[in-house]
Write a new protein. Structure first.
Ligand code: NI
Length: 270
């Protein structure tokens, strides 16, 4: 598999599941902007069959290497970011995992129950990253039980293995060249900005500013019927140069912590 093919496949899945991201890309292009991806992100459980190491394998094989790791104590997440060793424009890859042992017995039981029937070869496949949900049709009741404890776990239960978000590199935009301008543009077009922790996460002093739209609600098949729940979101990032003049390349845990909330459940009427 070529690297371009991997990203195209991930984009096609993400864009077909979430029509709003396709709309946003088209709106940017109408403004004569060219979109480069700052990073793309994945979610998983720290279960040995599908943990961070398993998910990163395909990227490592294609020339990525681990750069830094991050802890999100409150959300019980651990994450790493990867960069390509010799393609400077290749998107960073950000993979997080939920630390199951820190969760309630009930959550661990629910997760084990839906993982157990899945053949282990499914998780060993190179196609895992493009597989979406590999377990049974989800139950809306289980989704809500998971959500009470971890919105992250609930999202992962329904959507599985795919890009959770792509991130537009604002540094590579010509006119919409600040997070403020991007947010104003998106609001004008009717999109909702995730305002948990403020509409802009981070600051020039922290060398990274980020924002994201709230995931749009999409229709999902559950055992109990079809329900509208938040899917994936689009993120926007602007990086600033370090004292050595090089653009900062890492992530800020306290900002990312709030961005995870872009997939939190909300009702359209809110
Ligand atoms: Ni991100």
């Amino acid at each position: 598999m070529e690297l371009d093919h991997i990203f195209n496949k991930l984009w096609n899945d993400y864009a077909s599941l979430n029509p709003s991201v396709k709309r946003i890309k088209a709106l940017f292009e109408q403004e004569n902007e060219t979109i480069l991806n700052d990073h793309i992100a994945f979610r998983t459980f720290d279960h040995p069959l599908m943990n961070l190491a398993v998910l990163s394998a395909l990227f490592i094989k294609h020339g990525y290497r681990e750069i830094q790791d991050y802890h999100f104590e409150e959300k019980h997440l651990y994450a790493k970011h990867y960069e390509h060793k010799d393609i400077p424009n290749a998107p960073r890859v950000f993979i997080s995992e939920l630390k199951l042992k820190e969760m309630s017995k009930q959550l661990q039981q629910l997760v084990n129950d839906f993982i157990k029937p899945v053949p282990s070869k499914t998780f060993a496949s190179e196609e895992l990253l493009f597989s979406g949900r590999v377990w049974e049709l989800p139950s809306f009741e289980v989704y809500n039980t998971l959500r009470n404890e971890s919105e992250y776990a609930a999202w992962l239960y329904v959507f599985g293995f795919r890009a959770n978000h792509f991130t537009v590199s604002i540094n590579d935009l010509k006119t919409l060249n600040s997070v403020e301008k991007v947010n104003a543009f998106l609001k004008l077009k009717g999109f909702l900005i995730n305002d948990s922790g403020g509409e802009i996460k981070g600051s020039p002093a922290e060398l990274l500013e980020q924002s994201s739209i709230k995931s749009e609600t999409i229709k999902v098949d559950f055992k109990e019927g079809i329900f509208d729940i938040p899917g994936c979101y689009y993120e926007f990032a602007k990086r600033y140069p370090d004292t050595d003049g090089k653009l900062y390349s890492g992530f800020i845990a306290k900002s990312a912590d709030k961005i995870f909330e872009s997939t939190d459940f909300y009702s359209k009427e809110d």
